[in-house]
Design a protein around this ligand. Structure first.
Ligand code: NZQ
Ligand code: ZN
Length: 387
């Protein structure tokens, strides 16, 4: 293991009817709230009305800004910053998924900052101040509810960049699995794929002697293999929805990363895809991850053998390491297909015409990925493997 320093102060309030905790939690941090949400799913499921009533009954003043799109846009972030300044908002409550929470985090670092909030996403320094942010999570996926990151799409420049710093960890998150019953199968599968990708980004490390975190990751990954088909068969299966929701948080709150050096190459490549084609992040990962694996497995074939055997029970009677490693990758692809995910760019109508542009943008701040550092030509080769 490499040395580490673990700190994650996000309070997780989990279970049925936990929205009622909102007033007491909010009042610890602020007095006027921005209620931030997406394109309307929270209204359809009655969650919006429920939260508005809770805030009104508790006498907590709020203003609202809806309309966050998947792959959240910088233009709405600017609008949110203006609104918070005008209305003297001192607390942001994001109700939704990763896009809404990431948009809330961007607004929160933008309000106390004199310059352009995009500076932080453009590698020009780290935020020093933030308005407190919390969330009510409605889709287990991005892990933003307890992560230190935010990913924003600059809709003028077609760039999708991230910022990560401790300040951006939400103060608390309400996680009621019932709020995820309404997720359509495709969104459920996209979210699950992202969760599994967060586990794999950490699993593929070159650091030796990381047995505890290896096994935590393996257990959580296998729980996903078991529970995702269950919720696809029965969307109202509370227990399976709960398992997936909790998996989404532990997969990305950095606990499983301690002592290891994670990769993140596939995520960086996926962000180039969703920046240009506006696809769901999870769908992009279902395509990029196997291609990345095929490109890098020889870097440390034993790790890929361990992955194949422990995640997918690949039979050790197979003749050689390479065959076991490749069978592990095939089983990942088969699982993705079984839950309705694409596994090739062609499946979502993307050709090779912008591969060079994506490869160039992916490495604009230097090589990506730690398992095997990737340069422009490597990224292009991986995207070609994904065609
Ligand atoms: O906008 P609404 O109407 O709410 O609909 C959303 C959206 O269309 C819908 N949805 C959410 N909860 C629902 C629901 N529909 C029915 N019932 C519900 N209960 O789902 C769609 C997707 O929502 P979104 O927030 O975009 O999903 P997700 O949580 O997957 O977030 C994806 C974003 O997070 C970023 C991704 O790049 C992407 O931009 N990521 C953020 C990370 C972080 N901050 O740590 C890490 C991740 O790796 C990821 O990059
Ligand atoms: Zn992700």
């Amino acid at each position: 293991m490499v040395n580490f320093n673990f700190y994650n102060p996000a309070r997780i309030i989990f279970g049925k009817d936990t929205e009622k905790e909102l007033p007491v939690q909010i009042q610890k941090f602020g007095s006027k709230v921005l209620l931030h949400y997406g394109g309307g799913s929270i209204k359809k499921i009655g969650l919006y009305d429920k939260i508005v009533k809770i805030l009104k009954d508790a006498g907590i003043p709020f203003v609202e800004l809806g309309g966050v799109q998947p792959n959240p846009r910088l233009s709405l972030v600017y609008e949110g910053i203006q609104l918070c300044k005008k209305e003297n908002v001192d607390f942001i409550l994001a109700v939704g998924g990763g896009s809404t929470i990431d948009s809330a985090k961007a607004i929160a670092i933008g309000v106390p900052y004199d310059g352009d909030v995009w500076d932080f996403y453009d590698n020009k320094g780290e935020p020093k101040e933030i308005l407190p942010v919390a969330s009510v999570l409605t889709i287990p996926a991005a892990g933003s509810e307890s992560s230190d990151g935010s990913v924003i799409t600059n809709d003028t420049l077609n760039l999708k960049h991230s910022v990560g710093c401790e300040l951006m960890i939400p103060k608390f998150t309400i996680m009621n699995p019932e709020n995820t019953f309404s997720l359509p199968p495709y969104q459920t599968a996209c979210g699950a794929t992202d969760i599994m990708a967060h586990l794999m980004e950490r699993y593929f490390t070159t650091v030796p002697n990381v047995d505890v975190s290896d096994r935590l990751i393996e257990a959580t990954f296998r729980s996903m293999l078991y529970n995702v088909p269950k919720v696809l068969r029965n969307p109202n299966d509370y227990d399976a929805r709960a398992e997936i929701m909790w998996a989404g948080t532990v997969a990305h709150n950095n606990l499983y990363q301690m002592g290891r050096i994670p990769d993140w190459g596939s995520h960086n490549i996926e962000h180039e895809l969703s920046a240009i084609y506006d696809i769901a992040h999870g769908a992009g990962l279902a395509i990029v991850f196997p291609a990345w694996m095929k490109y890098v497995y020889k870097t440390d074939i034993k790790r890929f053998v361990q992955y194949a055997v422990r995640m997918f029970d690949v039979d050790l009677a197979f003749a050689d390491d390479e065959e076991i490693a490749l069978e592990g990758i095939r089983r990942l692809e088969a699982f993705s297909k079984s839950i309705g995910m694409p596994t090739r760019l062609a499946d979502i109508g993307i050709g090779d015409d912008r591969i060079d542009e994506m490869a160039k943008k992916a490495v604009m701040y230097g090589p990506i990925g730690k398992f095997k550092p990737l340069y422009e030509e490597d990224v292009a080769a991986i995207l070609r493997l994904a065609l």
